[in-house]
Design a protein around this ligand. Structure first.
Ligand SMILES: [Fe+2]
Length: 554
């Protein structure tokens, strides 16, 4: 069966293609249009489908729209508000519902050979859930979806067994943990539905001074749901203008909300575990990108193993919807072993792109060795390898790499990217070495969705990646899945005795991650990065010599 999944309703429009249960392609529209998050999450934009992602998914598989057995759309207008035809009421909610209902017609306009009878709507939270249950390979497992909102709810707790989802609890709107966190994000001067991870980073700088008040405002219920009361953030700390410095009160507010979120998730997970007794929990929904909360769930919660979907935001519902419909049509979805589901170019194509741009480059015998040498000489490397990542984390395919031994590299990378200095950068470590250096979180952790404590004796050796609270959001590198990155780490260790490098996403502030070779060259041309390692090829910034060349000259 050939099933195309689409997310188009709120933000992070994306497409994913599942053929005979195998995910062959998945990509976010922002990587093509270069507009972060693809579109604003307003009712007026719901008609817009992720056209470039859809076209690319079909082209990648070499199929035509007429060959699709189904198109799965991650929102069900039958479950949504605004059924009375009044498109204006409830903040234009009816317009969103109308657009979602008309999506098959928009789809046919986009793909003339597509048969609208093959269009299927998948409830938003069922799509999120499927993106974690089928993709994790855990069966049976418990599943927790927590986000801003779907059609009418903001949460789903359930059990997945034998490929079937049983919903055990749903929290109806307006109560929403995701929307509470978004409100706080806006209050602290950041972009809502986008910059929530900045609030999480800021929380590490504060004390949970307002936790008791938050415990009154956000409460769990005996039916597995929760309530979120009215909250006036201004009574704790004044609103911050974008770019303004935060005060200890702002950090205390961020910390208090973060802690209460963690507690509530623990309570929800506890309720779920009491009913399922499962060993494993899978997570999806935007709140599952909160790696600090995920780690707390792992550390203090009742489940032994936790798997979080790397594309836990709404982009991941394109994949979830496709997997769900593929299973309904009789296929057995294969687990997702890697997030590298986006576009890729081979070395010949990359050389052609570099020549076309008139860029001088070299093609060394071993790109991993060349990069390890540059990193050991404290150069910053843009690393463009293989297929791009699905989801917001750079996982060694579109990454900026640096030497973690140099404390100043945190500041340097934040400067290169034009982002706030309070934000951490993350370490990458071979999976089999992680336990030596990090503790207190699940291992392996291939998708950077948990934080770990840096072990005593290591924090001073890798200061660039240690956050203010002594943790690091690690990515463990599996040799069988990521042989090139693993070899680069080995060769860096041979030179430095440290098997860790700094990994942050290859982009500059406010822009989507680099996806194409042209994006990579634009980023390299506009940011003070020393080396671009693109496939087998190396581009060096003017005036930056190969470390080996220094040695040869000396
Ligand atoms: Fe969602």
């Amino acid at each position: 069966m050939k099933v195309l999944g689409i997310n188009a309703v709120f933000h992070d429009p994306a497409a994913a293609l599942v053929i005979d249960g195998l995910t062959v392609a998945a990509a976010e529209e922002e990587r093509f249009t270069r507009r972060k998050h693809g579109k604003p999450p307003v009712s007026f934009s719901t008609w817009e489908l992720p056209q470039q992602s859809i076209d690319w998914c079909l082209a990648e598989a070499g199929i035509e729209a007429g060959e699709l057995d189904a198109v799965a759309y991650s929102y069900d207008p039958e479950l949504a508000p605004g059924q009375d035809g009044d498109i204006v009421a409830g903040g234009w909610e009816g317009l969103r519902t109308l657009y979602a209902r008309r999506a098959p017609l928009f789809m046919r306009a986009l793909l003339p050979r597509f048969d609208p009878a093959r269009f299927r709507w998948v409830p938003h939270h069922v799509a999120h859930a499927a993106s974690a249950t089928f993709a994790s390979g855990f069966d049976p497992c418990s599943v927790l979806v927590v986000d801003g909102r779907g059609e009418h709810a903001s949460h789903l707790a359930g059990r997945f067994a034998g490929g079937e989802l049983q919903t055990l609890a749903v929290q109806e709107l307006p109560h929403s943990l995701g929307l509470l966190y978004e409100e706080l994000t806006a209050h602290l001067g950041f972009r809502r539905s986008s910059d929530e991870y900045k609030v999480m980073a800021m929380a590490s700088y504060g004390e949970p001074s307002f936790l008791d008040e938050l415990r009154d405002i956000v409460r769990t219920r005996p039916d597995g749901g929760f309530t979120v009361g009215d909250v006036d953030f201004s009574s704790y700390a004044p609103p911050l203008a974008p770019g303004a410095e935060f005060t200890p009160r702002h950090a205390a507010l961020a910390c208090s909300v973060q802690r209460r979120l963690e507690e509530v998730l623990l309570e929800l997970a506890g309720w779920l575990h009491e009913r399922t007794g499962d060993r494993d929990l899978v997570l999806a929904g935007g709140v599952a990108l909160n790696c600090v909360a995920n780690s707390r769930l792992w550390r203090d919660g009742p489940f032994e193993r936790i798997w979080a979907q790397p594309a836990s935001g709404d982009a991941g519902t394109a994949l979830g919807a496709a997997l769900n419909v593929a299973a309904e049509l009789g296929d057995a979805p294969a687990p997702m072993e890697s997030a590298a589901l986006g576009r890729g170019w081979d070395d010949i194509a990359l050389a052609r792109e570099l020549r076309r741009a008139g860029i001088a480059f070299e093609t060394p015998a071993d790109i991993a060795d060349t990069v390890a040498e540059a990193l050991a000489a404290d150069q910053v490397v843009a690393w463009f390898q293989g297929r791009s990542e699905y989801g917001p984390r750079a996982l060694g395919h579109r990454s900026l790499l640096a030497d973690p031994r140099s404390r100043t590299n945190l500041e340097k990378l934040n400067d290169i990217k034009g982002r706030e200095q309070f934000r951490p950068v993350a370490p990458m470590v071979p999976a089999e070495r992680a336990a030596e250096i990090f503790e207190g979180g699940p291992l392996p952790s291939p998708f950077m969705l948990f934080t770990h404590r840096v072990r005593a004796g290591w924090a001073e050796r890798i200061p660039a990646v240690v956050h203010v609270d002594g943790t690091a959001r690690i990515q463990t590198v599996d040799r069988s899945h990521e042989p090139l990155m693993a070899r680069c780490l080995d060769l860096f260790e041979q030179r430095t005795a440290v098997p860790v490098v700094v990994n942050t996403s290859l982009n500059t502030a406010g822009r989507p991650m680099v996806d194409s070779p042209r994006d990579a060259l634009e980023c390299f041309g506009s940011a003070p990065v020393d080396v671009l390692a693109i496939g087998a090829h190396v581009v060096r910034r003017a005036g930056i010599a190969a470390p080996g060349a220094h040695r040869a000259a000396a």
